[in-house]
Design a protein around this ligand. Structure first.
Ligand SMILES: *Cc1c(COP(=O)(O)O)cnc(C)c1O
Length: 366
């Protein structure tokens, strides 16, 4: 039998998985067209609607990780020549711009310093000038720890006939995500961040306005696998076979969602906030510095510069992994070699986890 070393997952994902979820994953595999599996899918969908805070019928678990969900939205919602406006303040905004371009869009980016968030008034100004068909921003930029405000942007986008798209891969189930109340037309997430499920599925939701765009496309979606006019029928329609659903992953997600709703979203957000406050105090006392714009620091992803003179960050990270089984993330892009990304996502956002992180850091710093 394969043996996996014990790990404490406190990087940018995957996050710690609840034992119930592991148990659900290990249930016997059944057919993806089995009526019993259809019921499980219905359960996944209705729980996803609650977690996304939406009534969108087109809510599903896209096969693949968060990047597949991003691609599903860009490939389906962008037609060749469509003007797209994408916010780039870290790695994931950059990837969205790349994906919109590959889908044939004419991409305009808004670029600000890594760690900062977009001021919605300036975004609205760009929207009024460009009248883009699609505007996309990252709600929780995992490469910088920035928490982007969304509320109040949708009206301006809709006024000019555009769709508002949100990356909520890291934010979903960790901080409030209000798809309907904020007027977000389409959003995607991932299972391995605050949902505390292994990587493998990407929850996606689209409202009627976004689905109209999909239905009225003049050209076929570039991707066959991610084509919503095909996959959509399996999740919300005549249940026609498209591709084989990752059956056991859906069991895992079903259980992860059940646990989230049992805890309650508000309680879960509160738990993330409290664990973050404890971690932030501890890190700040030890000389770590947050690189994220003040007032916009994500609770579940702490992007911090290492104290001066502690030596090579890569060697310290390796010691955390080798000696304590503790995984923290390296800095990306502009923060490479300077920062750590310490995740307290989902099951990891607890006092005892924060204590363990701080004690392990003390042991390798001294
Ligand atoms: C993790 C992440 C993704 C990509 O998800 P994968 O599961 O790695 O494909 C996209 N956007 C954000 C903000 C993320 O944190």
């Amino acid at each position: 039998m394969l043996e996996v070393p014990p790990r404490r997952l406190h990087g940018p994902g995957p996050s710690p998985v609840h034992p119930n979820v592991l148990q659900a994953l290990g249930q016997p595999c059944i057919g993806h067209m089995d009526p019993a599996f259809m019921e499980i899918m219905d359960g996944v969908r209705s729980m996803l609607q609650k977690v996304f805070k939406t009534d969108n019928a087109m809510t599903l678990a896209c096969s693949g990780t968060g990047s597949a969900g991003a691609e599903m939205l860009m490939d389906n919602l962008v037609e060749p020549g469509d003007c797209c406006l994408i916010g780039v303040n870290g790695v994931f905004g950059g990837r969205l711009a790349d994906k919109a371009g590959r889908a044939g869009g004419t991409v305009h980016t808004m670029e600000i310093a890594w760690g900062d968030v977009f001021d919605l008034d300036s975004v609205k100004q760009r929207v009024a000038d460009l009248k883009p068909k699609l505007v996309a921003l990252v709600h929780a930029e995992t490469s910088t720890g920035a928490h982007q405000p969304f509320e109040g942007l949708a009206d301006e986008v809709h006024k000019h006939g555009g769709l508002l798209v949100m990356d909520c891969v890291t934010s979903l189930a960790g901080v409030p995500v209000e798809i309907d109340a904020w007027g977000v037309d389409a959003a995607y997430s991932g299972t391995q961040k605050c949902l505390s499920c292994p990587p493998g599925l990407s929850p996606v939701t689209l409202n009627d306005r976004a689905m109209q765009k999909v239905k009225k496309r003049k050209t076929k979606c570039n991707s066959w696998y991610l084509d919503l006019s095909l996959v959509g029928n399996y999740w919300d329609g005549d249940r026609a076979y498209h591709h084989t659903a990752p059956v056991n992953m859906n069991y895992g997600l079903h259980e992860a969602l059940r646990l989230i709703l049992e805890e309650g979203l508000e309680a879960r957000f509160d738990r993330h906030r409290k664990a973050h406050e404890k971690l932030r105090d501890g890190l700040t006392k030890r000389g770590f510095k947050y690189v994220t714009q003040e007032g916009h620091v994500l609770p579940m992803l702490n992007c911090v510069e290492l104290p001066k003179g502690v030596g090579d960050e890569g060697k310290l990270r390796k010691r955390l992994l080798d000696e304590f089984g503790l995984e923290v993330g390296a800095g990306l892009g502009a923060f490479k070699g300077k920062c750590w990304r310490i995740g307290i996502m989902g099951e990891g956002a607890r006092d005892e986890h924060v204590d363990f992180i701080l004690e392990s850091i003390d042991a390798v710093l001294n």
